[in-house]
Design a protein around this ligand. Structure first.
Ligand SMILES: [Zn+2]
Ligand SMILES: [Zn+2]
Length: 254
């Protein structure tokens, strides 16, 4: 009996080991970073002084804001100064306004906790300390990777521009352009969309069924995907002007 039992244990152990190796291989295969090697940002406009405009909400016409993002934004590898954190906070207001604008007021960053010396495992967005005062991340604009507090996290400079941030947000939160690693640029083709790039006709908006480049991309337009996966609404061909979003609530943990 004891022989039999030890044989069984050995077999189980082998199965477990094989499963563990397969799991490792899966994560190794999927952990490559998505990189945005965007050549140029289209004009994103907005000089934004950062003070709240306080226009109020008035009588409710909509169904309420669905996508109120609450983020932990960490500085990794060290600490930014209070002034640098304040600058990042002001910039996040612009990023939130950008998300608000491209979704016709249906999404924004509600609250952000800015934390020095944080870990990637607790974050939604990470900025390496050497890039706290940069709009870029060394040689690339930004990237979205597996991990973080809820599955995917964005790595970007502290002063990242709103087009780049909305592009990465489209990967992280909305799995746009055919999936979380999808893009709407490549081979000279592009879409008039944040999921594209400036040099391929990218625009600060989500593409829809009226302008999506169906000859280049077989997946649905971004608004088509958003209408399926969220309660946000959009009429094809209609891009109404939207003002700045609500003032973000920010907590700074220096
Ligand atoms: Zn798109
Ligand atoms: Zn498109």
């Amino acid at each position: 009996m004891s022989d039999k039992r030890s044989f069984k244990c050995g077999k189980k152990g082998l199965i477990f080991l094989t499963a563990a190796l397969l799991t490792l291989a899966f994560f190794a295969g999927c952990s490559e970073n998505h990189k945005s090697s965007r050549a140029a940002s289209p004009s994103t406009g907005g000089t934004g002084t950062g003070t709240g405009t306080g226009t109020g909400t008035g009588s409710g016409t909509g169904t309420g804001v669905e996508n109120e993002y609450v983020y932990v934004w960490v500085i990794t590898g060290g600490s930014a100064s209070t002034a640098e954190l304040e600058a990042i906070k002001s910039n996040i207001q612009k990023l939130s306004d950008g998300l608000y604008k491209i979704a016709h007021g249906q999404q924004y960053i509600k609250r952000v906790t800015l934390k020095n010396n944080g870990s990637r495992g607790e974050c939604h967005v990470a900025t390496p300390v050497e890039y706290v005062s940069s709009g870029m991340l060394g040689g690339i604009y930004a990237k979205t990777s597996m991990g973080g507090a809820d599955g995917y996290y964005i790595t970007c400079g502290g002063l990242v521009d709103s087009f780049t941030f909305a592009h990465e947000h489209g990967h992280k939160e909305l799995a746009l352009a055919g999936g979380v690693r999808g893009e709407e640029y490549g081979g000279g083709a592009g879409c008039p969309c944040v999921m594209s790039i400036g040099s391929a006709g990218g625009k600060m908006q989500y593409c829809d069924d009226a302008n999506h480049n169906t000859s280049a991309f077989s997946f649905p337009s971004c608004w088509s995907a958003l209408r399926s996966s969220t309660s946000m609404t959009h009429t094809d061909g209609d891009y109404p002007a939207t003002g700045a979003g609500p003032a973000i609530e920010a907590v700074i943990e220096p």
